[in-house]
Design a protein around this ligand. Structure first.
Ligand SMILES: *Cc1c(COP(=O)(O)O)cnc(C)c1O
Length: 492
């Protein structure tokens, strides 16, 4: 199995090369030449641990890793950093199944991929005789940053620089990042939004002069953003796992169709579900839930992707995104893997901020259903679910739950549905508690944490306990234009 660039079908790499490089030339994304079919039965998968399921998914993509290497990566990632042996438990509540992807070190679903990426990357570097140190550059809308920092901190042979939009992340997210230990870490708040941070990072990757300059210093860039196949592919595993668990628990029979509903930003998580479907998991609809930055909803409705609109700061900041990078992989697929056609559309996006796909391409998107939730609807969803069941969900998951409820109402489709639950409510305590009762608006962040623990009858996660009294170790701010300088001064 090799990977090929969405922008040039002659640019073919092995899995380990793709993981190391992150982004293909000319800002292309690596995609598998073919999405492989699972070669073990659901029945066998249903008896396996999370780690074993993950192995049987990833081995089909990362074919230049030996079994020993891959199992080592998996076992190093999905260990006691997670606060449950199940790694990704399914919670049945209010006629849906919440797939809790937030039991890792930083209590958001990014841990599912970012706890394994450093191991995949070091193994890849060894395989390819890389002597440079690897510099991870990451733009974050909040959750990727800390998850990447946690994954890479103190990993020998790596450095990591994280850029986040100053004022665009929750206080708890910011504290998680700026208290990070590790000599090889740097955290910078930029005067700009997430898209500007992401564009700035992409520019540095593409800047051959800069790449040459740092090469002479003994470094090379790589990406921990969700465009790296080392992040995308591990995410496929939990959709396979959740289906197998539904079968094992007798909630469905083997072969029954399910729907999946995903709170979406950069389109990585839902694309992983689409890969799982194409590997043979019986998934009917992929419900793509957006917040008020509803560029994807409009795209699925009209076939026009148009980022020319106001950027809204919401209480689900990890979905405040107008350029959903991973969508390019889907576009490439529905263009019949025609790199030239894809390049044309992506050039339109770069030049005018929009593109339109053909009717034929649109017809290949029938598996997807898009809708969005307003801020008010999201808050109401948290409160209503809590009042009804006592289960407290975070703002991102609430966007998905709200969209799922609308979907059922509009379509009458009651197919059993897995909702990707992407963050612990503790990560967005303020917004969650304010949704439950406006009396909390004036409370202190950590008093709210204690109260949430009481109301939800859930123990305070370690990730929150840790930052309560931690020192602030990073206090760097820069302009969008100053990002390169922030990186090169750190490497000197
Ligand atoms: C990153 C993130 C999302 C969006 O996931 P994508 O893969 O970027 O679509 C949703 N919810 C939370 C909590 C996240 O951290």
């Amino acid at each position: 199995m090799n990977f090929v660039s969405t922008r040039n079908d002659k640019e073919v790499v092995t899995a380990s090369q793709g993981i190391l490089k992150g982004l293909a030339n000319n800002s292309g994304l690596y995609v598998p030449e073919e999405i492989p079919r699972l070669d073990v039965s659901i029945e066998d998968l249903s008896k396996m641990s999370y780690q074993d399921v993950a192995y049987h998914v990833m081995k089909l993509y990362f074919t230049d890793f030996t079994e020993e290497e891959l199992r080592h990566c998996i076992n190093s990632a999905y260990d006691s950093k997670f606060d449950t042996e199940e790694i990704a438990p399914l919670v049945s509540c209010d006629k849906a199944y919440f797939l809790e992807l937030f039991h890792g070190a930083t209590i958001a679903f990014k841990d599912m991929a970012l706890s394994i990426l450093p191991h995949l990357m070091i193994t890849s570097a060894r395989k390819n005789n890389v002597e440079n140190d690897i510099v991870i550059l990451t733009a974050t809308s909040g959750d990727t940053g800390k998850a990447a920092l946690a994954g890479f901190a103190n990993v020998e042979g790596t450095k990591i620089v994280v850029f986040y939009p100053n004022g665009g992340v929750s206080r708890i997210q910011e504290l998680q990042m700026i208290t990070t230990k590790g000599d090889n870490t740097k955290v910078v708040g930029i005067d700009g939004n997430f898209d500007e941070a992401q564009t700035g990072v992409k520019k540095m990757f593409a800047d051959s002069e800069l790449n040459e300059r740092i090469g002479k210093m003994g470094y090379q860039f790589s990406s921990a953003n969700s465009i790296n196949i080392g992040r995308l592919i591990p995410q496929v595993a939990y959709y396979v796992y959740s289906y197998a668990k539904l079968v094992e628990n007798g909630e469905i029979s083997n072969g029954d169709l399910i729907n999946v509903c995903v709170p979406t930003g950069n389109f990585g998580n839902i694309l992983a579900a689409y890969y799982a479907k194409n590997m043979g998991i019986p998934i009917a609809k992929l419900i793509c839930a957006s917040n008020e930055n509803k560029v994807l909803y409009d795209f699925f409705k009209t076939g026009v992707y148009d980022k020319n609109r106001e950027f809204v700061l919401t209480n689900s900041p990890s979905m405040d995104i107008l350029i959903s990078s991973n969508l390019e992989r889907l576009i490439h697929l529905c263009a019949g893997k025609d790199a030239a056609k894809n390049v044309e559309l992506m050039n339109d996006l770069a030049e005018s901020g929009k593109y339109e796909i053909t009717d034929e391409m649109r017809s290949k998107l029938d598996d997807f259903y898009g809708d969005f939730a307003t801020e008010e609807e999201t808050a109401k969803t948290i409160k209503e679910l809590y009042d009804k069941t006592g289960y407290i969900i975070d703002t991102h998951t609430a966007v998905a739950k709200c969209v799922y409820d609308k979907y059922v109402e509009k379509t009458g489709d009651t197919t059993k549905t897995v909702i990707a639950s992407t963050a612990s409510p503790f990560k967005f305590t303020r917004a969650v508690m304010s949704a439950i009762d406006s009396k909390y608006d004036s409370w202190d962040d950590f008093d709210l944490v204690d109260e949430l623990s009481k109301l939800g009858n859930v123990e305070i996660p370690n990730a929150i306990k840790e930052i309560r009294d931690a020192n602030i170790l990073h206090d760097n701010k820069c302009s969008v234009d100053g990002m390169e300088e922030a990186v090169t001064s750190f490497l000197k």
